[in-house]
Design a protein around this ligand. Structure first.
Ligand SMILES: C[S@@+](CC[C@H](N)C(=O)[O-])C[C@H]1O[C@@H](n2cnc3c(N)ncnc32)[C@H](O)[C@@H]1O
Length: 310
């Protein structure tokens, strides 16, 4: 199951959470190298998978990795929010859905994709490179206003020196545009008065990646779309890797588990008074120490599960 392309996290937990979906079609909205999908197809012989990824390289790998399963898998190159909206158009059809957010090991490790902070790597970071109108991290750094850059570093990277960093980027680009990871690392070193630590680089690069790929917008749009595409009793599993994503998922699942969704100012309940479903993970699920030892990239993973009312 583990491949050089990507080693899936929380596999046992994801597979067992999706047990109620074992007899229908499960959306794997982030199929990547196909690790989770393979585990589901092997464990539940009657399930089918709608395998989606926005990255054509990931989809090619998933097609290869899941070729044994023939017509049990349908592949779709798309964003998961588009796929969910498409799936819900003809009415609910999914018994389960999985989003394993973020980037794959393959994406991080290939220098030309520009997700890495190895100094010579191009500042690209697009998951669907080549898509018309898509903006690279370099274009963003060279063209966005200082205010906008400050917002990106602060909101998506929780970087305390966001404004100073944005100012330094703006000064630097007046001399020459930023092109490779090393250019941004030099700007960070100038602001911090020393070379940035790995964690600091990770935060700032993560912020750019989230903006380049519209990751928060895709997640926000996909949550209600996937909820609508699920059949009654369908299960929705999300694995996230940073607190912004996890908060979004936690709040949505909690909201859908409430029995009254009227605004607090309304004197009487006007809503249906029925919860849309139930949160199945009272506490967020994290990988075991043993899993983190074997796969350090699993460290930040958090899983939440919701089940639509039957
Ligand atoms: C952590 S990897 C998933 C790994 C996968 N679960 C496996 O077992 O190999 C995340 C994948 O999600 C894809 N992705 C991220 N955001 C996406 C979006 N909005 N729509 C579709 N795919 C997305 C990335 O291209 C990447 O391949």
């Amino acid at each position: 199951m583990a491949s050089a392309f990507h080693r899936p996290v929380l596999v046992k937990e994801v597979v067992s959470a999706l047990e109620p979906a074992a007899h229908g079609e499960i959306l794997d909205g982030t199929v990547g190298g196909g690790g989770h999908s393979r585990a589901l197809l092997e464990r539940y012989p009657e399930c089918r998978i709608l395998a989606v990824d926005r990255d054509p390289e990931a989809l090619e790998e998933a097609r290869r990795a899941l070729s044994d399963f023939g017509t049990r898998v349908r592949f779709l190159e798309a964003r998961f929010d588009e796929a969910a909206e498409g799936a819900s158009l003809a009415g609910p059809s999914l018994s389960g859905a999985l989003l394993d957010l973020g980037v794959s090991t393959h994406q991080i490790d290939s220098d030309r994709r520009g997700f890495t902070f190895r100094p010579e790597a191009p500042l690209d970071m697009r998951m669907s490179a080549g898509q018309a109108g898509s903006t690279t991290a370099a274009a963003l750094l060279n063209e966005r206003s200082e205010d906008d850059l400050t917002r990106i570093f602060r909101r998506y990277g929780e970087e305390p020196r966001a404004r100073r960093l944005a100012g330094a980027v703006a000064r630097r680009r007046r001399e020459a545009p930023l092109g490779v990871a090393g250019d941004l690392i030099e700007v960070m070193a100038e602001v911090f008065g020393r070379p940035p630590h790995v964690k600091e680089k990770a935060r700032v690069f993560q912020a750019l990646r989230i903006e380049v790929n519209g990751e928060m917008e895709a997640l926000e749009r996909s949550l209600p779309a996937i909820r609508e595409a699920l059949l009654p009793g369908g299960v929705f599993v999300v694995v996230s890797y940073h607190s912004l994503e996890d908060r979004e998922v936690k709040n949505a699942f909690r909201e859908w588990g409430r029995s009254c969704v009227c605004p607090p100012a309304l004197p009487v309940c006007r809503c249906r008074g029925e919860p849309l479903g139930e949160v199945l993970t009272r506490r967020v699920v994290r990988p075991s120490e043993a899993e983190v030892q074997e796969n350090p990239r699993a460290r930040s993973a958090r899983m939440r599960v919701w089940r639509k009312a039957a």
